[in-house]
Structures are given as structure tokens and as C-alpha cells.
Write a protein that binds this ligand. Structure first.
Ligand code: ZN
Length: 479
């Protein structure tokens, strides 16, 4: 049973149970482009968390697949941290609602170049401390609109903590003075403006959006574009060494610092219950020998997952009809649910690459494109033992730069169900049944329960009409 509050416009995904939350140190864990950060001293290494070790983790996803209205949002829902999940939900849904209204409404022509992307990254998932960073890119042709926020949960107190909650009440003045001293003299920072900004007693509470710890215990503070300096100068990263900042930390801040530096083997936020993982046991019986020259074939494709429990349910339906499909998976979801990707491959389905966090690849540099695709392929290979040979560009957006950045072959589609827009299983089923024909590649999304619910009707009806459901690579190879 789900233990969370139902979300009206976002889809709650995911369930699994494993044992521990463990981390490893790395200097660069973000799959998203970094822009404009001004390091005050040599950057301290940050740690990455393996989300597949977080018991009962759900990833909430809401994506479009339409190039004229490109948005993709995700955030984690960890059992026990409901208050923090609610804070992320409020932030994400507010941005999504605004984007849909201004950029995606019928007749709107304001979409040119605009794209909204909200991705997540775990900072700490250890002991009674959970820390998550959301990275937002509200991109226009003029700016990437990047901003970041960190969210903290104190399992011991059962309380959501803002970034300023890492600092003890009595030490906030000293902390502010240290930040100010670090920022003085930076390019784009005017000292008079800085003094005026920090003289506002509410400044830290309202403007401290991104605070985290480095692997050595130093505190990292990122100020967004225009918060403490010129807008054109971008964001500012301030690092306060562990020896300086530790006396200023709140009791929770000290635990967050400790759990970053020396993570324990598990996360326990005191959740009353965690979802039970689906048991997936179906194994394909050998290679598919369907000859698409002789029989009617169709390739169903499912993007944006894996998602639990939806993907597991879908695998059960596909197995009932001996149908094979292709899953274009998103890397940050593969990292959360590698067992589902493994189950896809074991059941004879094809696993493809759909980028790490669903950006329009045509707006990225070649290095960023390669990072998006390579990081996802590595996660797929870690889960299945096999690197993908196909990728589907988010929003179907592909150009020569994207093609040149990878050896994988791009796959678009011939029938679009628009299932992300219409959460209606009957409508989705009817669209496939009436529009799809021989050798079509059908676009669907397994993050939507309504899309998964449409699949039995699709398979029942079209199997009766003589269709065979094959993977994209099988369809291509036999035509
Ligand atoms: Zn997609």
C-alpha cells in the first residue's frame, strides 16, 4: 500500500527494498551542466549516494515528450520524510504549473527556446539524515536559468530542515560575516551592495537555497544568479572549511556533516512502513525468432522509466502475451531502480538510453550530450551487463551534434499516443489500436499508471489481429 498523500498532477513512482545507503567520494557527481560557479578556494570533493540502497524509494516524475512544450521534473519521495517531500512537491508543482500556463497553453507562442528541467541528486542518505539537491534549469534562448536548492530531513526530530537549519541560531551572525568575507572582491560583487544585502536580517533565511557538505566536512554554499552579485556573473560557490564552520553548526548540522564525512550503512528516518518491492521472475525463453517479413510486427516503446510499481506491472502484462518491448530509460531512474532494468533485460526486452535527466539534447554542448548519454549507458550496463545500442532523444529532438556525440543509433517513433498528456487508459488503448499498423514504432511512457493499464487491451486486441510485438532492434534487423 502506498503511505503517501496522493499527488494530483505528479505521479508517484517506485518501490524497492534493499539494505543500505552507501556512498563513495567523487569530485563531480552532477550530470547537469555547471555554469558560472565561482570557487573561492579549491573545490572540496563531494560524495555521491547510491539511491538503489534507499529502502522504499519512489521517484516522482512528470515529463512531457513534446518539443513545443518541453518539461521534465523529478524529485524523490523517501519513506519517513513526508514533510520534506511535501516541500519539494510544492516547489516543483509551482514551477510546472507556471511553465504549463505560460509556455504550453493552446495558442501560446511564447515557447521559443524555453525548456524547464528539474532533476534531483542525493547528498546524504545515511543514519537519520537525508539531504537532496534539486537542480532547476528554466532555459530560454538567452539564459540557462540554472538554480539549485537543497532539502534536509532530520529523522531524529522527525522534521524537515531548511538550509539555514544546518547553522545554530546563535552562530548565524558569525556565519554571515564569514560568507561576506569570502564573497568580497569576487568578480561581479559590489561591496556596497553586498553590505546592504547582508544587513537585511531576513536575507539568509530567504536566500540561502543551497547548502551542503563536502567529503572533508567543509560547508558548501551556492548563491544563485543575482543573489549576491551581478546577474551576468552567474552563481557563486563559497566553501567554509570544516575547522571554521563546525563550531557554528546546529545539532542537526553536525549530524549532517558527520553522515556526509563517514556515512553509515543504512538510512532510517523512522518510517512506519516502506513499500514492498515487486518480485520479478520472468525470464525470456531464448532469442526471438519472429520473422517480420512474414508476419505483422509492431514495436511498443516505453520511455522515461523505470518506475515502480508501474514498470513491474507492465512486465507482467507483456509476459502474459509473450510480447517484447523496448524501454528507453532515464539514467536517474535507472540509478534508483536497477533491479527493474535488470528484469526488463532478463525478460527479453530491449533497454535503450533516454538521457540522464531528460533535457533537450540539441541545446547542450557536445560534452554535455556525451555526459547525458554515457552516464546513462554506464548505469544500464551496471544493471544489465550490457550497454545499450539505441537511444531516444528526449522530445524527439536530434541533430547532427547529438548524432556525432554517440555511437548509439537514435530511435524516434511512428505513432505517438500522447499518453503523458492524456492520463486515460481507454483513450491510450484506442489510440494504439486504431492508429498503429504493421512495423510501427509506438511511443508510450511506463511512468504513467494509465499507460500501463492500457497495455492488456492493446495486446489482447492486436494479438488477435495477428500482430507480434518485437523490440526495435529486432524490427530493424528483420526488415
Ligand atoms: Zn521522455
Amino acid at each position: 500500500m502506498r503511505t503517501h498523500t496522493p499527488l494530483p498532477s505528479l505521479l508517484l513512482l517506485g518501490s524497492l527494498t534493499l539494505t543500505a545507503a552507501c556512498t563513495s567520494a567523487t569530485a563531480n557527481s552532477s550530470g547537469t551542466p555547471t555554469t558560472g560557479a565561482r570557487a573561492g578556494s579549491s573545490p572540496s570533493a563531494v560524495r555521491t549516494v547510491d539511491p538503489s540502497k534507499i529502502k522504499g524509494l519512489r521517484i516522482v516524475n512528470d515529463n512531457s515528450e513534446q518539443s513545443s512544450c518541453p518539461f521534465a521534473a523529478s524529485y524523490p519521495d523517501v519513506p519517513g520524510a513526508q514533510a520534506m517531500t511535501a516541500a519539494m512537491k510544492k516547489y516543483v508543482e509551482g514551477l510546472l504549473d507556471g511553465f504549463r500556463e505560460s509556455a504550453c497553453a493552446d495558442g501560446s507562442d511564447s515557447t521559443a527556446g524555453r525548456e524547464l528541467n528539474i532533476s534531483h541528486q542525493f547528498l546524504v542518505a545515511s543514519g537519520d539524515v537525508l539531504g537532496v539537491r534539486l537542480t532547476t534549469q528554466d532555459q530560454t534562448s538567452a539564459s540557462d536559468g540554472r538554480s539549485t536548492r537543497t532539502y534536509w530531513y532530520d529523522g531524529k526530530a522527525g522534521a524537515y530542515r531548511t538550509p539555514l537549519g544546518l547553522i545554530a541560531d546563535g552562530s548565524r551572525d558569525a556565519f554571515a560575516d564569514a560568507l561576506k568575507a569570502e564573497l568580497k572582491g569576487r568578480e561581479g560583487v559590489d561591496e556596497a551592495d553586498l553590505n546592504a544585502t547582508f544587513s537585511d536580517p531576513g536575507f539568509l533565511a530567504s536566500s540561502l537555497g543551497d547548502v551542503s557538505f563536502a567529503a572533508d566536512g567543509a560547508l558548501r554554499v551556492e548563491f544563485g544568479r543575482g543573489v549576491v552579485g551581478a546577474v551576468a556573473a552567474g552563481s557563486y560557490l563559497v566553501t567554509v572549511p570544516a575547522a571554521t564552520v563546525t563550531p557554528w553548526l546546529s545539532a542537526f548540522g553536525k549530524r549532517a556533516q558527520q553522515q556526509t564525512m563517514a556515512p553509515s550503512t543504512s538510512l532510517d528516518l523512522g518510517a512506519a512502513s516502506t513499500p514492498t518491492p515487486a518480485v520479478l521472475t520472468h525470464t525470456a525463453s531464448g532469442d526471438d525468432d519472429t520473422d517480420c517479413k512474414k508476419v505483422k510486427c509492431m514495436a511498443l516503446t516505453f520511455d522515461d522509466g523505470p518506475a515502480a510499481p508501474e514498470t513491474a506491472t507492465l512486465l507482467t502484462y507483456l509476459a502474459q502475451y509473450n510480447a517484447r518491448a523496448t524501454f528507453f530509460t532515464v539514467g536517474q531512474n535507472v540509478a534508483a531502480h536497477p533491479e527493474l532494468v535488470r528484469a526488463e533485460a532478463r525478460a527479453g526486452h530491449e533497454v535503450g538510453n533516454h538521457s540522464w535527466n531528460h533535457p533537450d539534447l540539441t541545446k547542450l554542448t557536445p560534452e554535455q550530450i556525451a555526459s547525458q548519454l554515457d552516464r546513462t549507458s554506464a548505469a544500464i550496463k551496471a544493471a544489465t551487463g550490457k550497454a545499450p545500442t539505441l537511444f531516444r532523444p528526449p522530445y524527439g529532438a536530434v541533430n547532427s551534434t547529438v548524432r556525432a556525440a554517440t555511437s548509439m543509433s537514435p530511435v524516434l517513433w511512428t505513432v505517438d499516443t500522447e499518453d503523458w498528456k492524456y492520463p486515460d487508459a481507454t483513450k491510450v488503448a484506442q489510440t494504439v489500436i486504431t492508429k498503429a499498423g504493421r512495423n510501427d514504432v509506438v511511443l508510450m511512457h511506463d511512468i504513467h499508471p494509465t499507460s500501463v493499464a492500457a497495455v492488456p487491451e492493446i495486446l489482447r486486441t492486436l494479438t488477435a489481429r495477428g500482430y507480434h510485438f518485437v523490440t526495435v532492434s529486432h524490427l530493424r534487423a528483420t526488415l
